[in-house]
Write a protein that binds this ligand. Structure first.
Ligand code: MF3
Ligand code: CO
Length: 309
């Protein structure tokens, strides 16, 4: 296993610039997502934001990947290629994308993902945190035009659960000594909500989070489940992409003949949420969140470091 790249604060500031580009892409994708839009059009939205920021896509041409964003619909777990797919109300869709900017003669990368239900109102991190504090995900999973549809209700629960597992994992990095806190946090959230929802989500193991910096994918692997063996110590200067993937059923997957599209083997729905997070001497900072993670971390009593001038 290769060495973990430790960044200076100045280098993490470069990564924050890349992270803000990614946050801006996400905003544009959310706004452009509606019934009837084609996935390919949303790839163009992503490419446009990257170009206007003077940044570069780290997904396009990555091992031959043909787009700037992965758009994974319903039973697609990861790496859906945006093409002619038409989005429909009630679809659960994950957008995963990244960007790099150039500084000090190097590339500085950002990487983040979110899921949403087409046709549902967007829930901000503030609203999400407020509802989570109330325990049940009630307000989140009921506010919409599709009342009473069991499949849809489960998709909303899956989305909220995956989002909560990401924030719990990010928060755990602020107080833990080892990286294994991520898998523990995801497993705990999944177990807690299983009781409340009456079904238990599957945690995908084949795909993991990763270190990130002068390249998109670096050591260490960031597992979303508890594993045996020694886990890397957390230390200032580490930057990680944390990205839990959950399904409403099996954790087994099958990759299509396009060699990218990964589906759940049982056709169950999938969701994924991801942020790039920096570990600093004085705390953590969510580089791909516009507010540095203030709202998302608040329920855990964590105040992130704000690197913005
Ligand atoms: N989704 C991966 C990640 O977040 C990267 C996708 S690789 C690509 O780490 F080739 F599909 F772009
Ligand atoms: Co990633």
């Amino acid at each position: 296993m290769s060495k973990i790249e430790i960044k200076t604060r100045e280098q993490i500031l470069h990564m924050r610039r890349a992270g803000l580009v990614v946050a801006d892409i996400h905003r544009a994708l959310r706004e452009a997502t509606r019934e009837g839009v084609r996935a390919r059009e949303l790839d163009a939205v992503c490419a446009d934001v990257i170009a206007r920021a003077g940044a570069h896509s780290n997904f396009l041409n990555y091992y031959g990947y043909p787009a700037t964003v992965c758009i994974s619909i319903n039973d697609v777990v990861v790496h859906g290629i945006p093409g002619n797919q038409i989005l429909h109300d009630g679809d659960i869709v994950t957008f995963d994308c990244g960007a790099w900017i150039s500084a000090q003669g190097k590339q500085w990368h950002g990487d983040a993902a979110f899921s949403m239900i087409v046709g549902d109102p967007w829930v901000s991190d503030e609203e999400f945190a407020a509802n989570r504090g109330a325990g049940a995900l009630g307000p989140i999973v009921t506010a919409s035009t599709h009342e009473g549809n069991a499949l849809l209700q489960r998709r909303r629960q899956l989305d909220a659960l995956t989002r909560e597992s990401l924030w719990a994992a990010l928060a755990s990095l602020a107080t833990s000594r080892r990286l294994s806190c991520v898998g523990a946090a995801v497993e705990n959230v999944v177990a807690d909500r299983a009781e409340e929802f009456g079904w238990e989500a599957g945690i995908i193991e084949e795909f993991t989070g990763h270190g990130i910096g002068t390249a998109m994918h670096q050591a260490p692997e960031v597992l979303n489940y508890r594993a045996r063996g020694i886990s890397p110590k957390l230390q200032p200067g580490m930057v990680l992409a944390v990205e839990p993937m959950l399904t409403t059923g099996s954790i087994d997957t099958i990759t299509e003949s396009d060699e990218w599209t990964v589906r759940s083997i049982d056709g169950s729905d999938a969701a994924q949420w991801e942020h790039t997070v920096a570990i600093l001497d004085d705390g953590i900072s969510i580089l791909t969140a516009t507010d540095s993670g203030v709202a998302g971390l608040a329920p855990y009593g964590i105040e992130p470091v704000i690197l913005d001038a």
